[in-house]
Design a protein around this ligand. Sequence first.
Ligand code: NAD
Length: 352
Amino acid sequence: MSLPVILVTGGAGYVGSHTVLELLNNNYTVVVVDNLVNAHKDKGADLPEALRRVERMTGRTVYFHSVDIQNKEELTRIFNHYKIDCVMHFAALKAVGESCQIPLTYYQNNITGSSVLLEVMKNHGVYKLVYSSSATVYGIPQYLPLDEKHPTGQGCTNPYGKSKYFVEEIMKDLCSSDPLWAIISLRYFNPVGAHESGEIGEDPLGIPNNLMPFIAQVASGKLPRLQIFGSDYNTHDGTGVRDYIHISDLSAGHVSSLKCILKPDYTGFMAFNLGTGKGYSVLDVLKSFEKACGKKLPYDLVPRRPGDIDSSYADATLSKKTFNWTATKGIDDMCQDTWLWQQKNPNGFKSQ
Ligand SMILES: NC(=O)c1ccc[n+]([C@@H]2O[C@H](COP(=O)([O-])OP(=O)(O)OC[C@H]3O[C@@H](n4cnc5c(N)ncnc54)[C@H](O)[C@@H]3O)[C@@H](O)[C@H]2O)c1
């Protein structure tokens, strides 16, 4: 019997491409739609570079289509062509700072895009979806560790975070309206690292917004110094503490949740944290990265950024209980794999 067909939206991106690899390694058939707004494809190539490498690594085919999920006609064509069993929905714009400058673009892409996707799914009788959500939906933590019962939507300070929250709300309403729907929302903490081969990884456009790719570029000499925002937080060394999760653990979490949602009797909306449950400060990450790259990295302590919080880390027991998933990799693996990816691919997926 052939394994189910999974439609992956945004599958050419960072989390999507690692998950496509994991899906193929688990023998699923994978169809990807991505409009390439944040993924690199060489001129004349059939596939975005990340997926070309995934095909090479797995020896399996990725059925790729350059489609914007806001385009109902094109999405409909995909659903007419393949018999999709479940959707994994990664496609979104994700830069917090940019979302404050162009909120409508974010709301249209992330919210309208998701609702078009859900409508096309419904029209084709596809009712199972795994959604890429974020710990950002919890806003300012009222307690730690953050479990799935923590209130959401309060204190979401930027349009990106709100778009993740609003889409979860839409999905809850949909599941309440019709018991056929089964939606798992995976709330990621801070995905970092790269596949252990160094073949695929995070390839940010321009100056990275996130800590790990920023440190990697300081280590490679592309950026001069790391700026650490805030050294007077209520944490063990004064710098902000976050729950970093290795990208391979995150992708494995998707496949575990998929096995659960594909059970015929699984229905309704449920949210699950994907995190390690451990917090590391910026200085902890820096120390671990210095160990990985074998040199001291220059940094400056600068004032806090508005909206940043002291600490955030997950209670991931519900994911363990429900689909038997736990993170296995620690901060040293995350730094070593990021460094390998950076060294092998100084220009990311671009050849120059
Ligand atoms: N990386 C993180 O730190 C993080 C944390 C929490 C949640 N998430 C969520 O995980 C998902 C994937 O994140 P990522 O880090 O891989 O981002 P990414 O930008 O690397 O990947 C997103 C992909 O979606 C595509 N895309 C965007 N809008 C699209 C549209 N309208 N139609 C088709 N394709 C579209 C982009 O081209 C890109 O390839 C996003 O939904 C993001 O909000 C990411």
